[in-house]
Write a protein that binds this ligand. Structure first.
Ligand SMILES: [Zn+2]
Length: 283
């Protein structure tokens, strides 16, 4: 384990969780290894609520699905990007380190992001939160190892979407300069590859009042999008492997827009709106 890992392990202990179980689990392979996780069932809800992680490349809609699911299950959607932005809005040792890393174009230091997350989880536990959906964390296996010692993770939902479709989607993004509304002009309708289902995502067009005020984010160029995806693929592969080995990874192919994908996702997770109401009561 790295020095950072050891320091944060101490922090995990301070946080009051018995890390020994997690460490043991990390060393022993699960008794029933499988390459693919079966659709998750209620047993993947630990007694402390749902502890889920959402993985997925930029542009896959991860934030949207994680946030919808969290609100349906009445658990917080904890997006690492939000925690970082919040920290940056106030002067602190952590924000100094974050600003320095960003100015150097470096990845945010594991120690700082894990500490932000630990603080957030601790606050949630004190307030009686039952579970969470993490979004944008862990970004690498060091973070995944530390997370495992801070809290249990029941399920890792890995949202997947073909690269050419992600690129078209990212290039189709538009923002209204007046109301800041997000729209998408890409009209995606392509044959599925390898016998997969046809991928169809209609555009999300602006109302007439916004149509003349559309702007494109400066970093939504094909070159930048491809580079973001390349970095993501490089970073995420080891994280996916980490959770696959633990039997926690659940791959889910996004093959349509939100109206088609949302019910499919609920179905794949063995959830229904009705169940969720029930779980809201039982957790
Ligand atoms: Zn507008």
């Amino acid at each position: 384990m790295t020095l950072v890992g050891r320091r944060l392990t101490a922090e995990a202990f301070r946080w009051g969780r018995a890390a020994s179980g997690a460490v043991q689990r990390a060393m022993d392979p699960p008794s029933s290894w499988s390459l693919r996780v079966e659709a998750p069932s209620k047993r993947q809800v630990s007694k402390n609520g749902m502890h889920w992680v959402f993985l997925g490349c930029p542009g896959v809609g991860k934030g949207t699905y994680a946030s919808r699911l969290a609100s349906l299950l009445s658990i917080p959607h904890i997006a690492m990007g939000d925690l970082v932005r919040q920290e940056l809005s106030q002067p602190s040792e952590a924000s100094k380190k974050l600003i320095y890393a960003m100015s150097q174009g470096k990845l945010l230091p594991d120690q700082v992001v894990v500490s932000l997350l630990s603080t957030r989880l601790e606050k949630g536990a004190l307030e009686g939160e039952k579970g969470f959906i993490l979004d944008g964390f862990p970004r690498n296996t060091t973070q995944a190892e530390i997370l495992e010692q801070v809290t249990e993770i029941d399920l890792v939902v890995n949202l997947k979407l073909r690269e050419d479709v992600v690129i078209s989607k990212c290039l189709g993004r538009r923002i209204c300069s007046q109301c800041k509304g997000n729209f998408n002009v890409a009209n995606i309708d392509v044959e599925g590859s390898d016998g997969g289902p046809r991928i169809s995502m209609p555009p999300l067009l602006p109302p007439p009042s916004c149509a003349t005020k559309m702007t494109i984010r400066a970093d939504d160029t094909e070159e930048v999008v491809r580079e973001r995806l390349r970095i993501y693929a490089e970073e995420s592969k080891p994280v996916e492997d980490f959770y696959r080995l633990r039997g926690n990874l659940f791959d889910f192919e996004v093959a349509g827009g939100i109206p088609e994908t949302w019910p499919r996702l609920l179905d794949a997770l063995n959830l229904s709106e009705k169940d969720c109401t029930h779980q809201k009561v039982s957790v």
